[in-house]
Design a protein around this ligand. Structure first.
Ligand code: DGL
Length: 279
């Protein structure tokens, strides 16, 4: 049976450019879907902010997105997923897909020695969302987390191939290298952009990013809820940003290739104004 919102858009949300790695995977798998991307550049990075701040930023973004005729929301940010997904699910009436469970499930499937490494923002690591998701599948898996807060600013600056990236990564990955993991989860949607550099350091380790697995989970959800697009032509792709940076467009192009998207600036109202958030 056809659902009246079949041809509504899918919203994909992140603090910055990272969620475009998830949007690209969705585009690839579900080309007929309209996409609305939201990048909260004004408040980036989320990973070093308090839980309350991340929840409020996410809520404001979602309030904007639900007014864009959307049928599903993808929180394409590990930090926002770990802090806000369960709360946002209670506040909206559309399906919400996060990026942590798909990545955790993929890691459990792939690991042979039951030793999994996670790298992510300070907030994501502090939430323990990955160890919890992995231990729900298999409590015997050993999980080693490392917060890697300098990576998002370097990536947003376009320094993905810069020698500084290699130095910072080598430093961060040293702990994980000593733990004999056979699988590492890129627990931040920005990190697929430095996948090659991670693989150079962790040579024989299997790398999981949640872009593809999240797209698969979204597709299953749309199927189950009868929400797949009925269109035959390629969907439109709109990008809304709360601020601009010098590198956003060129990095976006690097991720999306020949994809044509329209860029829009958006100003959000924050109920608490510029209030100081407390953790
Ligand atoms: N892409 C976000 C994530 O997956 C980046 C977080 C940030 O803004 O620090 O966690």
């Amino acid at each position: 049976m056809k659902n009246s919102s079949n041809n509504h858009a899918i919203a994909v949300f992140d603090s910055g450019i990272g969620g475009l790695t998830v949007a690209a995977a969705i585009r690839n798998m579900l080309p007929a879907e309209d996409l609305v991307y939201f990048g909260d550049l004004l408040h980036l990075p989320y990973g070093s902010k308090s839980r309350n701040a991340v929840l409020e930023f996410t809520r404001s973004a979602v309030n904007f997105l639900v007014r864009q005729n959307i049928k599903a929301l993808v929180i394409a940010c590990n930090t926002a997923t770990s802090v806000a997904k369960s709360q946002i699910e209670k506040e909206v009436s559309i399906p919400v897909v996060g990026v942590i469970v798909p990545g955790a499930l993929a890691a459990c499937r792939v690991s042979k020695n039951s030793r999994i490494g996670i790298i992510g923002t300070t907030r994501t690591v502090a939430s323990d969302a990955y160890p919890e998701a992995i231990h729900r599948v298999n409590p015997d898996i050993s999980v080693f987390q490392k917060a890697t807060p300098l990576l998002v600013p370097l990536i947003e600056e376009g320094w993905v191939d810069h020698p500084v990236m290699k130095i910072v990564l080598s430093e961060y990955l040293r702990d994980i290298q000593g733990k004999a993991v056979d699988t590492i989860v890129l627990g931040c949607t920005h990190y697929p952009l430095i996948r090659g550099a991670v693989q150079e350091i962790l040579k024989d380790v299997y790398i999981i990013d949640s872009a593809h697995t999240t797209a698969v989970m979204l597709k299953d959800t749309l199927h189950r809820k009868n929400l797949m697009s009925r269109k035959t032509e390629t969907g439109v792709f709109r990008v809304f940003l709360t601020d601009t940076t010098d590198y956003f467009q060129s990095m976006a192009q690097r991720i999306l290739g020949s994809e044509v998207c329209s860029f829009h600036n958006v100003t959000l109202q924050y109920p608490n104004g510029s209030a100081v958030y407390t953790a």
